[in-house]
Design a protein. Sequence first.
Length: 342
Amino acid sequence: MSLRRRILILVAVVCVLAGVAGLSFLRAADRAEQRGRTQAGGPEIARGGLSLTPGEDGPRIVFRNMAWGPNRDELASVPAAAPEGARTASGVSCLRFHSAGGTGICLQAVKGGVQDGYRAVVLDARLREVSAHRLAGIPTRARVSPGGLRVAWTVFVGGDSYAGTNFSTRTSVLDLGTGRLDASLEDFTILKDGKEFRNADVNFWGVTFVADERTFYATMATGGRTHLVRGNLAARSVTVLRENVECPSLSPDGKRLVFKKRVEGLPAEAPWRLHALDLTSGTETPLAEERSVDDQVVWRDDRTVVYSLPGDFGADLYAVPADGSGAPARLMASALAPAFLG
C-alpha cells in the first residue's frame, strides 16, 4: 500500500472518529438538557407549569434559579417543605422577582435593538404578561403588596451599590386597579420633624407594603444618612420615622420590620447587620446573622426571614429567626429573590 493511500485512510478514520465524538457530545448535551440537570452535580431541573398560587402539594417557593445550566435565571419552583429538592423551571427569566396575592413582578433584561435595557413586567398567576414598563436603570429591588393590587420596584440610575454614597435610585409604584404609575417616590411630599422637607439629593428604595394596600414603608436617603419612612399612596406623602434603616421588610402580621442597619466599625464595603424593629415598642433587636447582608429580606412566616448571600453560582438563600435567637442556616443553594406562596 502506497504512502499516499495510507495517509488518505488515516485522514478518513480521524474524520469519522471526530464525527462520532461530536455526535455523542450533542446527544449527551441534548439528554442533559432534557433531564434539566445542572452542571457540577447541581439540582435537578425540569421544565413544567408554574403558578403563583399554592399548589396541590402545599406551600411552594418561587425564585430566580441561579444554578448553571439551560434554566439559569429562570423563575423556578420547589415545595416549601423540600427547598433543596428538584426544581420546576418556567422559561420566564427575571433579574429580580417577587409575588403575593397571585401577582408577580419580574424585572428583566432586554437584549437586542439599538441599546440593551431593562423592563418591569407584571405577571398574572400563570406567569402571563399583564403589562410592561421600561426601566430607567439597573434593577435592584421589587415587591408586591399582600393582596397583589400594587407593585413597586427600584433601579439604580447612577452607581450600582448601596455600600458607598455615590449612587442614585428611582423607586416606582404601580396601582394595578387603576393603572396609575407613580414613576418616582421623589415626587411625594416628605414630612420630617413635623415639617415639609425637600432636598435635591433625596433617594428612595426598598418598598414593603402594609395589608391595607395603601400604606408602605421604605428607605429614604438624604445628606449621607438613611431613614425609615412610612408612606401613604392615597395622600402621596411619606413621613420620616427614624434613622439608619435600609431595605425594610414587614412581617405578615404587620407588627415588625426586619432591615439592614449600618454598624460602626464594620468595613465600608460590608457595613450591615440585620435588625428587627417592633413597631409598637420601637425596640430594635439584632438578628443572629453576623455576616453583612445586602438584601431586602423576605418573611417565610411570622418567625423567620430569608435573604441572599454570595454563593458559588452567584447567590444562596439563608434563613434566620426574626427574634434574635438561633443561628442562620442555608435554605437553598444557587437561588435568589424568593417568594413564599401559601
